[in-house]
Ligand binder design. Structure first.
Ligand code: MN
Length: 302
């Protein structure tokens, strides 16, 4: 045990239902940790094989003030949005949707028999960008490096001499690590970043401590490296970024600064204003919940 081992804080993910009984593990935000850099939301879906039936079916719903970042590991999901995009996302691909002042989208598993394994993250937009025009970019290919038996995919930011093509508005990193058998590697970290590691599949060790799916391990700024190891096939997600200092209010699918902004977005969505319609989907719109009690959720960064 070293001092470094103590600096990883374990945070249990909680189960949430995306609708239709499709359960995910929500690692961010939590009471113990709201953000890791500008990463402000992390859902781990699957890995799950679903019986003949619809799989993941999330009807049209709106976002403001954030980017949704979808990393597909298994399965295929059709994304549709109010800009008119209809894009299938397949394993090894990233969808980046910049909500800015407002966008809505739907997400539907494709195929009657299949599986889903994905990570969906949100990135809080800084003040200068959070009212920007909405945009959507599909990234079919991300840079990959061989790292001592781990296949490292650079999802966001830079590392291993590579640069992710995903356009971001604050300093962030995202790395997917896959080993098919026992492996061990050291990863250089930026000391001005805070970091988090989530085991997505199998079991692994993070600086000597056993980690498995369902628990997020978070480290404050100041770390310069970490060691990741496994004795059998495993997959992990490493994220990081400079601490996000702007106050954040996260409510339902909205990231904002004030309750009034959230209330306006919810009212606009429920009244059919601002966001437009998602063409091509048969799924029902998801109404915004009642905003009563919203002010209780207002908190600073952390
Ligand atoms: Mn969404």
């Amino acid at each position: 045990m070293t001092a470094n081992d103590l600096s990883w804080q374990a945070i249990a993910a909680r189960r949430a239902d995306l609708g239709g009984g499709f359960a995910i593990a929500r690692a961010l935000p939590s009471a113990a940790r709201r953000t890791v850099g500008a990463w402000c939301f992390l859902d781990h879906a699957g890995p799950v094989r679903y019986p003949p039936g619809p799989g993941m079916q999330v009807g049209p719903h709106p976002h403001i003030g954030l980017q949704t970042f979808t990393w597909m590991i298994e399965g295929e999901v059709m994304h549709r949005d109010t800009l008119g995009n209809a894009q299938v996302i397949r394993p090894g691909e990233v969808n980046l949707m910049t909500a800015g002042r407002g966008i809505a989208h739907s997400e539907e598993s494709i195929g009657a028999h299949g599986s889903v394994h994905a990570a969906q993250l949100w990135i809080a937009l800084p003040d200068a960008q959070r009212q920007c025009e909405p945009a959507f970019v599909h990234h079919p290919q991300l840079p990959v490096a061989d790292l001592d038996g781990f296949r490292a995919t650079l999802l966001a930011g830079s590392g291993f001499g590579l640069q992710s093509p995903v356009a971001l508005f604050s300093p962030l990193v995202g790395i997917d690590l896959v080993a098919d058998s026992a492996a061990r590697t050291r990863i250089e970290l930026r000391p001005d970043f805070e970091h988090a590691v989530l085991c997505l599949r199998g079991r692994a060790r993070l600086d000597g401590r056993a980690i498995e799916p369902g628990t997020l391990h978070v480290a404050a700024i100041g770390r310069e490296r970490c060691e990741i190891a496994c004795d059998a096939a495993a997959q992990l997600l490493l994220i990081g970024g400079t601490p996000f200092e702007e106050p954040l209010l996260i409510w339902w699918n909205f990231v904002a600064r004030t309750g009034a902004e959230i209330e306006a977005a919810a009212a606009d969505w429920n009244a059919g204003r601002r966001f437009g319609e998602v063409p091509g989907t048969a799924l029902a719109r998801v109404p915004a919940p009642d905003t009563a009690g919203l002010r209780l959720r207002a908190r600073g960064p952390g």
